[in-house]
Write a protein that binds this ligand. Structure first.
Ligand code: ZN
Length: 304
């Protein structure tokens, strides 16, 4: 009598008991081929090895061509997209992605890399005239729509006025946005958007009304006026301002467009106007005294 041969075994994959046929190997572990395959393919090590093996056997160019062809077929593409969507929309997958993203973004290196690549992408996009044009069109459309809505106009207009009326808040905000806007990725976009805003007649009319109103009101305040004049004086004497002005002067003196424009203005009666304006100014005794004094002082002072 031989040792008793088991008639049933438990499947390693599905856990069901199965009939072990008389001729089957005692080593059989699975109830069916499908369970065996599922067990095998769920092992990452096996999957990796299998993929390596196939890669070694295949011509990658051929494979690429094949998947490209499959993707070009609308039916296959629809099927694959649908499958991906199904997978991505499961509760489990969403929960997994949430966790995954949290983990990724907690890593400062990842965060820096993402920010940097986003920045680069943005810079590149805005360098493309076609993209810029497209975005301009979009912005123009949006602005027109918004400003045509009386509710938006009222609300936004009120906010703008309120913000302009609060110097401190404005200062803080402008320092903040200046810093932000000076980043190269934002500069092109901001200038484009501002341009688009100003091309909208509704916006232009509103803003010119607002700024003129505010400027006039403020200028009537003697403290503000004195402060502004002092600021201007100080700014005009700063080395930066002087350097900028001298740079600009040099540029305008040699720029052919500027030269042509000046000449055209001069020929079109600009010369006569200039002479007339000078005469008028020098006829004012206060102007004459002030400027003469400044000139003689400048002559006496040695150049720095
Ligand atoms: Zn099974």
């Amino acid at each position: 009598m031989t040792a008793e041969r088991p008639t049933h075994k438990k499947c390693r994959q599905c856990g069901e008991w199965f009939n072990l046929s008389k001729r089957a190997s005692l080593k059989q572990k699975f109830c069916c081929g499908s369970c065996a395959a599922t067990y095998r393919t769920s092992d990452p090590k096996w999957r990796k090895a299998q993929s390596e093996k196939i890669k070694a056997q295949c011509d990658s160019e051929v494979m690429r061509e094949r998947s490209r062809k499959a993707w070009d077929d609308p039916e296959t593409r629809a099927y694959l997209t649908e499958k991906t969507r199904e997978r991505a929309n499961t509760k489990e997958h969403k929960a997994y992605m949430l966790e995954h993203n949290k983990k990724m973004w907690a890593d400062p290196e990842f965060r820096a890399a993402q920010t940097e690549s986003k920045r680069k992408r943005s810079v590149k996009q805005w360098e493309d005239p076609a993209f810029r044009e497209k975005m301009s069109a979009v912005t123009t459309q949006t602005n027109k729509k918004r400003w045509a809505d009386p509710e938006f106009k009222k609300r936004t207009g009120f906010r703008i006025k309120l913000a302009l009326a609060q110097p401190l808040e404005k200062k803080r905000k402008s320092a903040e946005s200046k810093e932000r806007m000076n980043r190269p990725e934002n500069r092109a976009r901001a200038s484009e958007q501002a341009k688009q805003q100003w091309e909208n007649p509704e916006y232009r009319a509103f803003m010119s009304g607002v700024s003129h109103e505010t400027a006039v009101k403020r200028w009537q305040d003697p403290v503000y006026r004195k402060q502004q004049i002092a600021n201007l004086k100080k700014a005009s004497q700063s080395p930066e301002h002087r350097a900028r002005m001298s740079e600009q002067g040099k540029r305008l003196a040699t720029d052919p467009v500027a030269i042509a424009r000046r000449k055209a203005w001069w020929d079109a009666g600009g010369k006569a106007k200039q002479i007339e304006a000078n005469k008028k100014r020098w006829a004012d005794p206060e102007y004459k005294a002030r400027v003469s004094k400044a000139i003689s002082e400048a002559k006496r002072k040695p150049k720095p």
